[in-house]
Design a protein around this ligand. Structure first.
Ligand SMILES: [Zn+2]
Length: 150
């Protein structure tokens, strides 16, 4: 197996790899230090990505969708004028709450993102240090970790 093919398989999720590809990949990782390091690098990135915050849906979204669905046409047209200001006011309040929430999330997200970017930069540095070392030597590493993964 070529390194390019191995690297493609490494970034494919394990359950999507074909059985024969899995075996060929294990075989390749057995003797290719570069791809083995790449494999560990991707695993680390994968782990970091799971640490990203999950976005929350905007507040009252479900309530708003439900009220849209259950609105009966006959009740919509009668008190329009009376309700207009009330509706505008409600929309304004919802929008303010939504925007306030979004801004808060955004600030939180930027901090998280910077922390993760710092981690990624560290990994990139580790990777380039490894590349330099790799160019100078060949090292045998036990495969137990790789086989446990399958
Ligand atoms: Zn390789």
């Amino acid at each position: 197996m070529k390194c390019s093919k191995a690297k493609k398989l490494i970034v494919t999720s394990p359950e999507r790899r074909k059985e024969k590809d899995k075996n060929a990949l294990i075989e390749h990782l057995r003797y290719c230090e570069e791809c083995r390091q790449y494999y560990h690098y991707i695993k680390k990135l994968d782990h970091l990505l799971t640490q990203l915050p999950q976005p929350e849906p905007p507040p009252f979204l479900l309530t708003r969708i439900k009220s849209e669905i259950h609105t009966d046409e006959s009740t919509v047209w009668i008190p329009v004028k009376k309700l207009a200001w009330g509706v505008l006011y409600t929309i304004f309040i919802l929008l303010s709450a939504f925007l306030g929430n979004k801004i808060g999330e955004h600030i939180f997200y930027i901090e998280e993102k910077q922390a993760i970017l710092a981690e990624v930069n560290e990994l990139n540095e580790e990777w380039s240090i490894f590349e330099q070392e790799w160019n100078n030597q060949t090292v045998e590493v036990p495969l137990s970790e790789v086989e446990n993964e399958q």
